[in-house]
Ligand binder design. Structure first.
Ligand code: C2E
Ligand code: MG
Ligand code: MG
Length: 538
């Protein structure tokens, strides 16, 4: 009777156990399977196939250490954390599973183990089954995995470098099979089995669940050994979080991947690569906090009328604590889609300076990244901030920098048109530096063109630069567009520009950017002798 009920209980317990796993095993003190029940995904992994065999002999070498660790750490009565194991599925195939172990005191030293086969069945070594690893497809799938509302999974991006893979590729069929197997293995190790990308001949990136601890490098080397190749693999991970914050994480990933692709996938060792990803993420968070708390200053550089020498207006240039030029932070912010909030904060600061007492004659140019013209937010904010202040609007000029290409020129033109309609002037900055400058000049209605400093700096030595600027000035004149030359450092340069007919000039010759806009330039500066007045907008 007692035996009967004991068996009943055991059956019932097995029923419960099966509700949450596919296969149940009991291992003896030597690790040999003394009891097996349940289903394998294939006959090669059936419960029967485990009978009498030590579990170590059923998992891939890459999983042996994980298996040892979990068995060593087992405490009577306590269940282990889930551990990912790779099982040999016969015919050179591997199968991923999550296993949990339990040391039931009554059964000690035997150990109970439940196995759940992971995801859809995949053939690890079947090239046909390997999804595409193109970087774009990888980024798109990464976007899907990381997009809110992702259940809060802790994700990491792993970078795997495999030395020897490219050489093997050129060694015929075996090498190709090796490549296909490595690709398939990494794909299978990624979140959802489809978030790996090949960034170079020997470099991969994949999104991983941080809970998943399979030794990727070991697995890849194991595949190499089984195909008769000596591969050197290394893997590192950088954490990225799903859900909130995933946008910046994803962008950082994009930046890192694109940087890597620029290198042709070779370049720096992947340790640096993942470090770069973490750094970009940190920088982005720091930048966001800096913008939120308005922890930056504006400095003001004079722009003078080249004919009269009078200060015409000032360009407001951002200054961050501890760095001379904002250029790098701004480039990062553009890439990370953080620039619009910053540009709005700059406008806010410039306007508050414009509103200070005694600032009645000052006129400011503020920079706006082309990226901030991709939607209405920037322009709407600027219109709102200056609503019913027509005089202020007339004292503002917006310099559009081309560093981030305008994705939709027509829409950008509409938005800039809304600014011009209320009296805010618009300038194309760094004209000539980007490939699209003439296209922008044709398609954007603007008041001013600022000729890129690289042409200006070559002016005294390079006759071509002079010809180029000459033509540009003629063109602008016929379009009724005003011209500014930037980075004027010498009087000789200023003289040439004036002769060519450039209207306004900016550069160290007239003054560097300073914390306060100075309308009276120092007496020893050449133009200053002729100035003292603030010119009108014209
Ligand atoms: P930019 O708008 O073309 O600004 C002119 C840059 O040239 C400034 O560098 C200025 O300090 C520098 N410069 C002026 N005169 C001379 C000169 O005679 N010689 C030389 N060698 N350099 C001169 P800065 O301040 O480092 O700014 C770099 C870029 O960062 C700016 O180029 C602009 O594109 C961007 N930037 C600065 N402030 C802002 C901002 O508030 N918002 C946005 N979106 N971008 C900004
Ligand atoms: Mg500018
Ligand atoms: Mg410039």
């Amino acid at each position: 009777m007692r035996a009967q009920s004991g068996r009943m209980i055991r059956k019932r317990l097995l029923g419960f156990a099966f509700a949450s796993s596919d296969l149940l095993l009991e291992l003896d003190a030597k690790g040999a399977t003394v009891f097996g029940m349940g289903a394998g995904p294939t006959t090669a992994l059936s419960a029967e196939s485990f009978r009498g065999i030590a579990l170590w002999n059923r998992v891939a070498p890459a999983s042996v250490e994980a298996l040892n660790d979990v068995l060593k750490s087992l405490k009577p009565g306590a269940r282990s954390a889930p551990v990912e194991l790779l099982f040999n599925a016969g015919e050179g195939r591997l199968r991923r599973a999550t296993a949990r172990f339990f040391l039931l005191p009554e059964l000690a030293p035997n150990v109970s183990c439940s196995v759940t086969w992971e995801g859809a069945a995949y053939a690890l070594h079947d090239p046909e089954a390997a999804p595409a690893l193109a970087p774009e497809a990888f980024l798109e799938r990464a976007r899907q995995v990381m997009a809110p509302p992702a259940e809060a999974r802790d994700l990491a991006v792993a970078f795997v470098d495999v030395e020897g893979l490219a050489a093997a590729q050129s060694m015929g069929e075996a090498g190709e099979r090796l490549n296909a197997r490595v690709e398939a293995a990494l794909q299978a190790a990624s979140v959802d089995g489809a978030t790996a990308g090949k960034l170079g001949p020997e470099r991969f990136a994949l999104i991983r669940d941080t809970a998943n601890e399979v030794d990727l490098a070991g697995e890849v080397q194991e595949i190499g050994r089984s195909e008769g190749f000596d591969l050197q693999a290394s893997a590192t991970e950088a954490e990225v979080t799903a859900g909130s914050g995933s946008l910046s994480a994803l962008r950082a990933l994009r930046v890192a991947v694109e940087g890597c692709l620029k290198d042709g996938g070779a370049g720096q060792p992947e340790v640096n690569f993942s470090a770069a990803l973490s750094r970009t993420l940190n920088d982005a968070h720091a930048f966001q906090a800096m913008v939120r708390d308005r922890r930056f200053d504006l400095h003001y550089q004079p722009i003078v009328d080249l004919k009269t020498g009078a200060v015409h207006h000032f360009e407001a240039l951002a200054r961050f604590k501890g760095s001379a030029s904002p250029a790098n932070a701004i480039r990062m912010a553009e890439e990370m889609a953080l620039i619009e909030g910053f540009d709005i904060a700059v406008a806010e600061k410039a306007l508050s300076r414009l509103r200070q007492q005694g600032a009645g004659l000052l006129k400011f140019a503020i920079n706006v990244s082309g990226a901030s013209l991709a939607d209405d937010r920037y322009v709407q904010s600027l219109l709102r901030m200056t609503a019913s202040r027509a005089d202020e609007r007339r004292r503002l000029i917006v310099e559009v920098t081309e560093s981030a290409a305008l994705s939709d020129v027509e829409a950008a033109n509409r938005r800039l048109g809304a600014l011009r309609a209320v009296g805010i002037k618009v300038c194309i900055d760094d004209f000539g530096a980007g490939a699209a400058s003439y296209d922008y000049l044709r398609r954007l209605s603007v008041d001013t063109v600022k000729i890129d400093g690289t042409f200006v700096q070559g002016l005294e030595t390079d006759p071509k630069a002079r010809t180029l600027i000459g033509h540009l000035v003629e063109l602008c004149r016929s379009l009724e567009v005003e011209t500014i030359a930037e980075m004027i450092e010498t009087q000789g340069c200023a003289d040439i520009l004036k002769d060519i007919g450039v209207d306004l000039g900016q550069g160290w010759l007239f003054g560097k950017a300073e914390a306060e806009p100075r309308t009276h330039l120092a007496a020893n500066e050449p133009v200053a002798r002729r100035m003292g007045a603030v010119a009108s907008w014209g």
